[in-house]
Design a protein around this ligand. Sequence first.
Ligand code: AP5
Length: 247
Amino acid sequence: MDDQQAPVVFVVLGPPGAGKGTQSGMLASLFRIPHISVGNLLRSCVQDKSEARLRLRRMMELGSLVPDTLVLDVLAARVSEPDCARGLILDGFPRTLRQAGLLERGLLKSPLYSTNAREKLVAVHLRVQPSTIVGRLSGRRICSRCGATYHLETQPPRVSGECDLDGSALTIREDDRKATVLERLRIYQQETAPILSHYAGKTSLLEVDGEQPKENIAREIVTAIQSMLRISVAGARNAQSMVENNP
Ligand code: AP5
């Protein structure tokens, strides 16, 4: 992103397993702005063994949303870090209309943004069928150390069961068990899906077919963002050519 532009906040929306983390990671390296995964922030935060944290961890393992106070604490701390000054990609926030309202009312009014124009919000919705989701989440494996994501069929590690980046063991996320995935889908429909019509009337909402190969999705998003924001930024041109050169 261009240093002179108001920061752009990308909100990546979609059901569990839609590819939010995958696309956010690709876009973050293409646009050179941070990918903030609220799920990852929360998973690190509930590692400590206090009774309160264990309760929250259990909520996540069962697929429930955790209380806003915790979400807002971890998010506010992360957004105030210097690398967020030029924009950021939010993966997993907002998840309710209330959280969407908090975001619009200035949740990100970080001191980092105070000398810039108000940040611009662009929402990207990855549309994926429930049957695809179950397949993606049952095949997902996560590095136990760095959190890198794999899929047994579509993105296997070079050595079975080991992370390409650090060689650590790959694990199954507790909330990827089938019954929990169905519960997460139910919560998504009830709590998160209404945000889409809310955004459709208010902000730039980009609808993307999330069933495509991940490189095609990234290419479609970059092209749409360029025309949506009339990005004069070198970052977007670089992003486009990087996607073109890495099919
Ligand atoms: P979170 O970690 O955010 O989980 P989620 O939203 O359910 O999303 P996932 O991480 O499961 O999937 P994804 O869409 O990122 O897909 P991915 O790219 O990994 O949140 C976990 C929990 O934290 C919540 O349940 C809640 O408890 C709590 N929480 C988080 N935010 C909260 C909030 N705001 N408020 C309250 N509570 C909150 O891809 C999935 C698999 O598919 C991978 O294996 C990948 O390799 C593969 N894949 C990806 N794209 C493709 C493709 N195009 N083609 C083929 N395979 C693909």
